[in-house]
Design a protein around this ligand. Structure first.
Ligand code: NAD
Length: 389
């Protein structure tokens, strides 16, 4: 079983889908890893380190795809909407492709991938069940994002984070607000606390209150009736516009009192809700910082500019995309571990063995034998596009 690891081609992407330390585990399962020359360099992994762990370095990208039974990438075509299409001619029937495909946002590209005949698995569709926690790349990347968001904020803020009592006087701690306490938000709370900020957080799912407290954060109680706030998978449910309007009203004071806001609020398959309006930004103290981790999904702040840092009303608003990619060493390490756990799930006796009764296999598989096989994606396509081959 040959696992091929091409170099990432999305402009500025520094992560890599496999790291040397994860190779021995795959080798134990009978898998051989071949990797495009220099694929790990931008993340801090040298070709020689891969070779040391038993991988083969391949100079040409096409020669990585051609023999590979499984091709693993961070951003596959779909998630890589800039240069990913160039990989289509390299894919072939019978091959397996695993990575981020952004399938619900770009179903037409899934149909194009299906037409090549590969069996593709979209890692972002991993079900959130206990058994799949170690394969959950969305959570791994969200952890990195939550951490880095706080570091970005600390770098821009013209204040220190911790309370300090010094001979030169007392420094009051920074006040940080986290909107959305999922995986990224909880990591932001923990990181903010470690740096010494006073942290409060809000989420529509009341279940997270205890988690916020356990990390030393304060749960912001808002007089809001959330109704059904959580779906069966643990994700937030969308609320109606009158809820969001009311939420903005009651958040105005809390946002104005914060030096840093880290916003992570998203609802699967929807535009991110606007929780911070221009008026609310104007009420913040000069020098305050907003890091909008929902920027890729439209942003939680009305003034967020996609993939840019801007200053509005003397407040720095960071709408950087692909924040996980800015910590490529550990983001790659975590992602590689996710894949090294997922791959054995698809392989038995040195062959791809797809157990369609299994929830993890069924819910991540998006194409097979020339067709789009994931019902949520097929629904988004015109009927003819789901059967290309
Ligand atoms: P996410 O990235 O989809 O959303 C981020 C957060 O934003 C969520 O906590 C959501 O409730 C919140 N949010 C949405 N709308 C909001 C609003 N208007 N105001 C404030 N907050 C809002 O979520 P996620 O981080 O991927 O995790 C969602 C849940 O799934 C968490 O409870 C997490 O613990 C759970 N989870 C379980 C597993 C597992 O069991 N294997 C794995 C990962 C995550």
């Amino acid at each position: 079983m040959i696992i091929g690891v091409p170099k990432e081609t999305y402009p500025g992407e520094r992560r890599v889908a496999m790291v040397p330390a994860a190779i021995p585990n795959l080798a134990k399962g009978g898998c051989e890893v071949i990797i495009e020359a220099g694929a790990g360099l931008a993340a801090g992994y040298l070709d020689a380190q891969y070779v040391e762990k038993g991988a083969k370095i391949i100079p040409l990208r096409a020669d990585v795809f051609a023999p590979a039974d499984i091709v693993i990438q961070v951003l596959c075509y779909g998630a890589n909407d800039k240069t990913g299409r160039a990989d289509l001619p390299l894919m072939r029937r019978g091959q397996t492709l695993i990575g981020f495909l952004r399938p619900l946002a770009s179903p037409a590209t899934v149909a194009e991938i299906a037409a090549t005949g590969v069996t593709a698995f979209a890692i972002e569709l991993m079900p959130r069940i206990t058994r799949s926690q170690s394969m959950d790349a969305l959570s791994a990347m969200a952890t990195v994002c939550g951490y880095k968001a706080v570091i970005l904020a600390a770098d821009c803020l013209p204040r220190l984070f911790p309370m300090l009592t010094t001979a030169a006087g007392t420094i009051t701690p920074a006040r940080m607000l986290v909107l959305g306490a999922g995986v990224a938000g909880l990591q932001a709370i923990a990181t903010g606390r470690r740096l010494g900020a006073v942290v409060s957080a809000y989420d529509v799912r009341p279940a997270v209150k205890e988690q916020i407290h356990s990390l030393g954060g304060r749960f912001v109680e808002l007089p809001l009736e959330t109704g059904q706030a959580e779906d069966a998978r643990g994700y937030a449910q969308a609320q109606d516009e009158s809820f969001y309007r009311r939420q903005r009203e009651v958040l105005t004071r809390v946002v104005a009192e914060s030096d840093v806001v880290i916003s992570t609020a998203v609802v699967p398959g929807k535009q991110a809700p606007v929780l911070i309006t221009a008026d609310m930004v104007e009420k913040m103290s000069p020098g305050s910082v907003i890091v909008d981790l929902a920027a890729e999904r439209g942003g939680n702040c009305e003034l967020t500019v996609p993939n840019a840092t801007v200053v509005r009303h003397d407040v720095t608003i960071i709408g950087l995309f692909n924040v996980a990619g800015t910590v490529p060493y550990h983001a790659s390490q975590m992602y590689a571990r996710n894949l090294a756990t997922f791959i054995p799930h698809l392989v038995a006796d040195g062959k791809i063995h797809l157990d369609l009764e299994d929830q993890i296999t069924r819910e991540t598989m998006v194409t097979r034998e020339g067709s789009v096989v994931h019902p949520r994606i097929s629904e988004l396509l015109p009927q003819t596009a789901t059967h290309n081959a």
